[in-house]
Design a protein around this ligand. Structure first.
Ligand code: FAD
Length: 342
């Protein structure tokens, strides 16, 4: 698309802090678009501990990450944020007119007055299989995720990993694939016990195979991956022929493109001041886990506070002519109008 989306603010990251930033901007009538490289909102919480209870959100004695995310969405819903999920922001550039050009890896382009980076620990990417040269098969025979499981039907499949993704794919493909071999570095799993028990049962019935070991090499023929070498704890290397290799080693956060935007960083975090949460580039703010300042604590509640101050500071760019006053949501008729609760 050639279209450039014009808006007041682009928020990079739809974790809890990015979601609350929408609300704080909304109260001040700043319109925004939100981009996240994950396909779902909720950030780290939803990715790493979706069902674990959180006990330190002010006035919420206990909630799951799922509930927290749902409520943040409910709270900011009225402000109509537009989400662009499954896209990584790759470009942030200040233009001659002072506005920012923001672009994603999927080609979505924005022109905006302020950028608020709520990128947490960076964007999550699949942790790769570290075997030299094997990366050239990515997308054809080596998969870190897959949208269309039917490509494995009738094929010989090797699956690596010991978490829920690895086990779910294993159980799903047994019976559909020609053969399934699960490879994990030890005989202990992070996946649900029921899935592990089911997998072991399938092994006893000779419907699949489980190998303890790590992929240490591979063979190819005419540019096709033909087999992997799996080295066991006993130091013995076995060869396993295959058509497809699925790797589920979990996700790792990567600071990624943020490193190239000219921002002052301190140990992979963006340096901000504590009055405005603004970076060294005027008009770019950073809130939540991604920023650093003296005394910073990586807590959701700290991120929430940062959102409020960043929103007020953003008004300098969005409404340069206006003086902005603090108003209470309880008593301000103006805020009631903005919130649609008149
Ligand atoms: P994140 O939640 O990390 O979200 C950032 C988002 O930005 C991600 O979704 C990422 O994909 C996206 N992103 C990054 N770069 C880009 C890019 N270039 N383009 C597009 N998208 C991008 N905190 C508490 O307060 N209480 C707790 O009890 C608690 N328990 C925790 C337990 C665990 C196991 C962990 C790991 C953390 C816990 N935390 C807790 C910390 C809390 O999860 C973080 O403080 C919080 O998630 C930070 O929110 P955030 O929105 O700043 O970042």
């Amino acid at each position: 698309t050639d279209q450039i989306i014009e808006t007041d603010a682009v928020i990079i990251g739809a974790g809890p802090v990015g979601l609350f930033q929408v609300f704080e901007l909304g109260l001040l009538e700043i319109k925004c678009h939100v981009v996240d490289s994950l396909r779902n909102v909720g950030g780290q919480c939803m990715e790493l501990y979706p069902t674990k209870p959180i006990y330190d959100i002010p006035a919420v004695p206990v909630c799951s990450s799922y509930e927290l995310t749902e409520n943040l969405l409910k709270q900011n819903h009225h402000f109509g944020p537009v989400f662009h999920l499954g896209q990584e922001v790759t470009v942030v550039e200040k233009q001659a007119d002072g506005a920012f050009r923001v672009e994603t890896d999927k080609g979505t382009r924005f022109k905006c007055k302020v950028v608020i980076i709520a990128a947490g620990v960076g964007s999550f990417q699949a942790r790769p299989l570290r075997v030299k040269g094997i990366e050239k098969f990515e997308g054809t025979q080596l998969h870190y995720s897959c949208k269309d499981p039917s490509i494995f039907e009738g094929k010989n499949v090797v699956i690596c990993g010991g978490g829920d993704s690895a086990l779910d794919w294993t159980l799903n493909l047994v019976g559909k694939a020609e053969s399934v071999v699960l490879v994990h570095r030890r005989d202990g799993f992070r996946a649900q016990a029921a899935s592990v028990a089911k997998m072991k049962e399938l092994c006893e019935n000779w419907e699949m195979q489980f190998e303890v070991g790590q992929v240490t090499g591979f063979s190819e023929e005419d540019n096709r991956l033909t087999e992997v070498n799996v080295t066991g704890a006993d130091g013995v290397t076995r060869r396993i022929p295959l058509d497809h290799l699925l790797v589920f080693f979990g996700l790792q956060p990567k600071l990624g493109p943020i490193e190239n935007w000219g921002l002052e960083l301190d140990r992979k975090q963006i340096v901000v001041d504590t009055a405005r949460f603004e970076t060294n580039i005027p008009g770019i703010f950073a809130v939540g886990d991604i920023n650093t300042y003296p005394g910073k604590k990586k807590l959701i509640l700290s991120g929430f506070h940062e959102c409020a101050l960043a929103a007020f500071a953003a008004c300098d760019y969005v409404f340069p002519e206006k003086r902005i006053f603090l108003q209470y949501t309880t008593t301000s008729p103006k805020l009631h109008k903005v919130l649609g609760v008149e």
